[in-house]
Design a protein around this ligand. Structure first.
Ligand code: NAP
Length: 341
């Protein structure tokens, strides 16, 4: 049997500000033979997520990636060899496979993807998986939107945000998205059915929100924190719900970030601010996937993916999340898909 090589990105230093390629080390090692109870997975698609930046900063909801360790990453791969009773050769699996071409695993944390679904493999990142679950449970369980209410979502043209707005429309909300380019705003209102969209890099968010949310804001799905959160807080209604999904405006901050100036409005408006971590919802995944698949089949929900070729590009690609120069769910293609799945 020929010896397989594994190429991988390992953490070399804790980045300060935006991540640099030199914060990672590219390593090539020989793969060992698998033992009883193990399987060999070839990574096909690697999800590039804003939370990757947090994982190399400090301990948060997961331990920090340690210097010298392979970079943590959610990925989809194919089982090439198996001596594990629960995994067969050619099974497609999803889990923390890491920023590498191959993983030898004992199977823990891996989910076998259902075969024969009428969607591309990348839908497990763009529509289902951690992205779909975040949008579905974050909005419905935490935001609790009701028909006729006004929902505002930031990073609205991103992976999570674009699904949140569409689910809001299905529920019957007035939906206003905030995004960073005119093209993204046009996609939201033109194709995804948002009622209005604001280009926060060109327009006054406060003025536009006042105009587009004449009845105030009932639910804010916050992906960004910072100034946009502050502006929304100024316009919330009594009993508003703020879903703290992400704080991307702060992930590269080099010093502690001050809290919102309009914090007092949470008291005055008897609002609720609640964070969530999608990992807490994995045991309810089927519920979200069934609903998202149904809406997708009915043409009520759509998604887009931005696929970058080559694992070598992972560190540079991560920074595209912060300048917004990607379009939809950001994914690295590490190796070829199997011909038939
Ligand atoms: N809590 C959880 O369990 C969970 C799970 C998944 C994701 N998240 C969070 O959800 C958020 C969205 O994640 P995603 O995977 O869907 O990424 P994404 O929205 O596809 O990409 C991030 C987007 O954020 C916007 N952005 C970047 N810097 C910004 C800034 N300073 N101010 C305003 N917008 C900024 C950019 O779009 P523009 O062009 O519009 O600027 C960029 O495209 C992130 O905060 C992430 O950490 C949380």
């Amino acid at each position: 049997m020929s010896i397989k090589k594994n190429r991988k990105w390992c953490l070399a230093s804790r980045p300060v500000g935006l991540t640099k390629e030199s914060d990672f080390e590219w390593k090539e090692v020989e793969l060992e033979e698998i033992k009883d109870g193990q399987l060999l997975v070839r990574v096909i698609y690697l999800s590039i997520d804003p939370t990757n930046r947090g994982w190399i900063k400090a301990e948060s909801y997961l331990p920090a990636v340690q210097i010298g360790e392979v970079m943590r990453g959610i990925a989809i791969g194919i089982v090439e060899e198996s001596r594990h009773p629960d995994f067969a050769v050619n099974d497609m699996v999803q889990g923390m496979l890491g920023w590498q071409e191959y993983l030898i695993s004992d199977g823990s944390g891996l989910t076998v993807l259902p075969k024969g679904l009428p969607v591309p493999i990348t839908a497990h990142f763009g529509l289902f998986g951690h992205i779909g679950l975040s949008a579905y449970f974050g909005l419905l369980d935490i935001g609790k939107p009701k028909s006729g209410e006004t929902l505002v979502v930031s990073a609205a043209a991103g992976a999570v945000g674009s699904l949140v707005g569409q689910i809001g429309k299905i529920i019957g909300c007035r939906v206003v998205g905030i995004a960073g380019t005119d093209e993204k705003c046009e996609w939201l209102t033109g194709e995804l059915g948002f009622d209005a969209a604001i280009n926060y890099k060109k327009e006054s968010v406060f003025r536009r929100l006042k105009e587009y949310c004449p009845d105030g804001i009932d639910v804010y799905f916050d992906n960004v924190g910072g100034n946009i959160l502050d502006t929304v807080l100024a316009l919330i209604n009594i009993r508003a719900r703020i879903v703290t999904c992400g704080l991307i405006s702060q992930y590269n901050a080099e010093k502690p970030v001050p809290g919102p100036y309009n914090y007092g409005n949470i008291l005055v408006k008897r609002a609720r601010v609640e964070g969530f971590i999608v990992l807490d919802y994995f045991d309810r995944a089927d519920e979200a996937i069934t609903k998202l698949a149904e809406w997708f089949a009915e043409g009520k929900i759509n998604y887009r993916v931005d696929i970058i070729e080559g694992l070598k590009n992972a560190p540079a690609t991560m920074n595209r999340l912060f300048d917004g120069s990607h379009s939809g769910k950001l994914i690295i293609q590490v190796s070829e898909e199997p011909k038939v799945n």
